[in-house]
Ligand binder design. Sequence first.
Ligand code: ZN
Length: 495
Amino acid sequence: MASVQGPSSSHLRLFVDKKTNKVVVGEASADFIDALLSFLTLPLGTIIRLLSNKPTHRSSAEVGCINNLYQSVQNFDTEVFWNGICKTMLLCPRNPCEKLCQKLRFNVDDTEPTKYFMCGSCRQGSDEWLSAFSGVSCSCGKLMDQEMKVVEEEDDNPKGGVFVRGESMYLIFDDLTVLQNSACNTIHQLVQLGYSDVTKLTEMSPKVGSKQIMDLLRRALVSTSTLTDVFLNREAAGSQPVSSFTPRLASQNVKKTQSSFNLKITVSKSKNKILFAEAEEDFADFLFSFLTMPLGSTLKLLDGNVNLGSMHNLYKSVKGMNPSWFGRYRSPHSPFSPLLDLKVASQYGCKKQRLDVHEEESPCYYYGTGFYRNNAIYASHNGVISNDWEKIRNASKVELFDPRSADGRKEAVGYVRRPALLAVMDDLQLTPLTSTSSISFLQKLKVPLNDLEEHKVTIHKTEALNLLGASLTSKAALTNGLFYLVKKQKEEPTI
Ligand SMILES: [Zn+2]
């Protein structure tokens, strides 16, 4: 895994029960814990990309059927989207903690760091625009292709921890529960696990490098014995993937004002399952927005209702940690870890996503001709940008171009070109119906037409969450996430 930066070892001691050949407990340094916690910052699309791009001899961990959604985006012509940038945004979503993750000793997220561009012709004019994507056409007809130097805060403590306090040691368990290192915590947990004698455990100090961190990501999504799987090489004999989800039933009184989608779904009567749904543009954007959501936000939204290997334990560990053990980076305006309030990266949100996952606010950007450092001025040929106008010379405010809107300057609409009509199969494979013959589509289903039944359902927040949970845990996302709505319709008396 050449993408991961940093030296090839980290401090990790594991204590193994030789009888069962399982890791019981470990002691780890902050850089190891930081790498594990950074899994929470990864957008779901990034996780799918990382796991599919790096095939190893080990079985790749499939997370529900959301990889089909990703592959559909990959296979679509750019005509399906507003533009080619929207397609790239879904395939390589940005990490909301991109800058923090760049400080990690082991950073699994190999997404290309954000670069900023301006139009060389318009730069001096009054109408100044900045793009966080390359290849954007400026309104003058030229490309915004001059890369800006970004003037940032200097890191005053580059060796400190990122998500947890740098100088401390941490306890880690096989299911990735992380605790502050203390004798009391150790005793309590070991007794709970049924171990009364620490001297009977065998100590080992495994090598920790980029490969091991990637293996931990792969196993953490499907296993509750992640450390054993990776460090004792027990994956071959490993357990069945541990993932489950129970759809929640919506409360009876959904507020009329609550925004919703209407969705046409087609059910096979004989198989008692949903075959496909017809998605218009807003629903398609909502589905695509799954790919840009950080894993941590997803776990928070599903609130313990979803079981994804050991991942929830990482999230719970941060939640239970005393704030004094957090690293030096906190959420803006709060003493808490940014991991507890992860938002979708700025410009990667979806207005109509129904899940209340917010997009990070874009900071203000200023353009200048040079920057100040240590009482000296440094000129820059192309120009510099900064969030702090005091850092740069001849500062003028610039607006951020939004690739999801009609011309980049109006309010963002979505990823999909309007109007859109897509068939969403039960396993989240998508087919654009605008460019496909519907007769051929039905032929491919290979189901007698008199076995099909159409239902109209309404997707509120609860249903949206059910669909998200089912897409991460099953191969039949529509049936497992939404079929209860059809059953409910059948049970309700028709008036
Ligand atoms: Zn221009």
